[in-house]
Design a protein around this ligand. Structure first.
Ligand SMILES: [Mg+2]
Length: 120
């Protein structure tokens, strides 16, 4: 499914339930933090190796996180009149400019390009 198609499907989902006119942007934004909290609860306070193990053993929960969060993001796109496909395309174009692949391979970390604190 294309991103724009998914956004349209979510709009239809809301309209079918007469939710189209509701304006609960704050609640949707807070709901995303709840989803992030669910992922955080899986992997908090453990090192990278343990995180990888937890993720591989809890793929279903990770999949739910991705699905629920995308749903909420696309719902926000509908509420605010943003074309999610265009937004992602522009973000990727901006990241390509800010973090050119050859330069990133040289410095190993994007923050070094920006003169971040780990630019040693
Ligand atoms: Mg969830």
């Amino acid at each position: 499914m294309e991103i724009k198609e998914a956004q349209n499907k979510i709009e239809e989902f809301d309209k079918a339930r007469d939710w189209g006119g509701d304006w609960h942007l704050k609640d949707l934004a807070l709901n995303i933090t709840e989803e992030i909290g669910e992922l955080w609860n899986l992997i908090k306070w453990v090192d990278e190796e343990k995180q990888r193990k937890i993720v591989s053993e809890n793929k279903e929960q990770v999949k739910d996180f991705i699905g629920d969060t995308l749903f909420l993001l696309l719902k926000i796109a509908n509420k605010t009149g943003v074309d999610s496909e265009k937004a992602l395309k522009e973000t990727l174009e901006e990241y390509e400019k800010r973090m050119p692949s050859e330069k990133i391979k040289e410095v190993k970390h994007a923050n070094k390009l920006a003169g971040g604190i780990d630019n040693k």
